[in-house]
Write a protein that binds this ligand. Structure first.
Ligand code: SAM
Ligand code: SF4
Length: 324
């Protein structure tokens, strides 16, 4: 039986946060001095994560994304990838990463069965990178991206959060970089998740979409597995750029995903507080059928949409705690 929520949406995509820690401090995500971390005893063990994925897979789960915090900080991540890759029905295991540790781990992740990467990269200017991420790590990220290309990974996406201080020159440099390497670029509106993100403000991407479309003679397009983004594609199909616009044009009506946090809460919407505690259930001895029943109840409670515009101050948790 597929997982269908009360608004007729089929949930077949699970994002799993494997840590809430990070080696960067992106201004819109994790504030400097942030210390509100989960304690290791509360982190779901790999066996617990795999157990939950098996329950989800009874209902047609196909796609998984591992995220965080920075997922490559979780020791032994390729082992988890290997466990998930063996579960019936799972055809796609992607990883969202800031890329700082990619050079070290790309080969082992490939061998374990990882299929794709999304790498966050907001600028190619080293000084700006250090200002945004509060760490001087651009060269590590670029080396990591070279490494995943060398390993033969395809459909790599570059996630660039569009900030009020982002510039057209910066965007042109990023487009040239992605076009040359065959990376799919995605621009993202800053979501008001946590005080730091809220204070930075957010600009609608809509005027920029028109400008990019005209300047680079792009056409409306679709990317398989492209998720909640509108895409523009070059006429030779060799370059694509997507726009994730939760504030200026939300895609909640087609939302197909839920998110599992490192401490075992299933969040039913990125922009709402509705959640279900699976760690407590599992550690108090729930059977697989009881977990399954809880999952069905949870999905029935998935909210219709976020309220980033109507209630921007409602979320105090930063993205790094939920898993973006
Ligand atoms: N550390 C990894 C990374 O940076 O890709 C994975 C976790 S990060 C929370 C996942 C994605 O969320 C990144 O692409 C990041 O840019 C995005 N993100 C974080 N805070 C955001 C915000 N306030 N608005 C929009 N996107 C945000
Ligand atoms: Fe870390 Fe990713 Fe958040 Fe940046 S966006 S602080 S890399 S979790």
């Amino acid at each position: 039986m597929p997982l269908i929520d009360n608004f007729g949406r089929q949930i077949d995509y699970l994002r799993i946060s494997v840590t809430d820690r990070c080696d960067l401090r992106c201004s819109y995500c994790m504030p400097e001095g942030f210390t509100d971390y989960e304690t290791p005893k509360d982190w779901l063990r790999f066996t617990e994560i795999a157990r939950l994925v098996r329950i989800f897979s009874r209902h047609g789960l196909k796609r998984i994304r591992l995220t965080g915090g920075e997922p490559l900080l979780r020791a032994g991540l390729p082992e988890l990838v290997g466990m998930l890759a063996k579960i019936d029905g799972i055809t796609d295991i992607a990883l969202s990463t800031n890329g700082t540790q990619l050079s070290k781990h790309a080969k082992a992740l490939k061998a374990a069965g990882l299929t794709r990467f999304n790498v966050s990269l907001d600028t190619l200017d080293a000084a700006r990178f250090a200002r945004i991420a509060k760490r001087d790590a651009l060269s590590n990220v670029l080396a990591g991206l070279d490494q995943i290309s060398a390993e033969g990974f395809k459909s790599t996406k570059i996630n660039m959060v569009w900030l009020n201080e982002s510039t057209w020159a910066e965007l042109e440099a990023m487009i040239a970089y992605c076009r040359e390497r065959g990376f799919i670029l995605r621009l993202i509106e800053n979501m008001p998740m946590g005080e730091a993100a809220r204070q930075m403000g957010s600009s609608s991407l809509q005027p920029l979409i028109t400008k990019i479309k005209n300047r680079f003679a792009l056409l409306d397009g679709v990317i398989p597995g492209g998720g909640p983004a509108r895409y523009l594609v070059s006429s030779d199909q060799r370059f694509s750029i997507g726009f994730i616009t939760p504030l200026s044009q939300h895609f909640c009506a087609t939302c197909n995903r839920v998110r599992l946090t490192v401490e075992g809460s299933l969040h039913l919407c990125l922009g709402q507080e509705h959640r279900l505690d699976f760690r407590e259930l599992m550690r108090s001895g729930a059977t697989d059928d009881e977990l399954d029943a809880a999952l069905l109840l949870g999905i029935a409670r998935k909210p219709e949409r976020h309220e980033f515009n109507e209630r921007p101050a409602m979320l105090i948790r930063p993205m790094s705690k939920t898993g973006g």
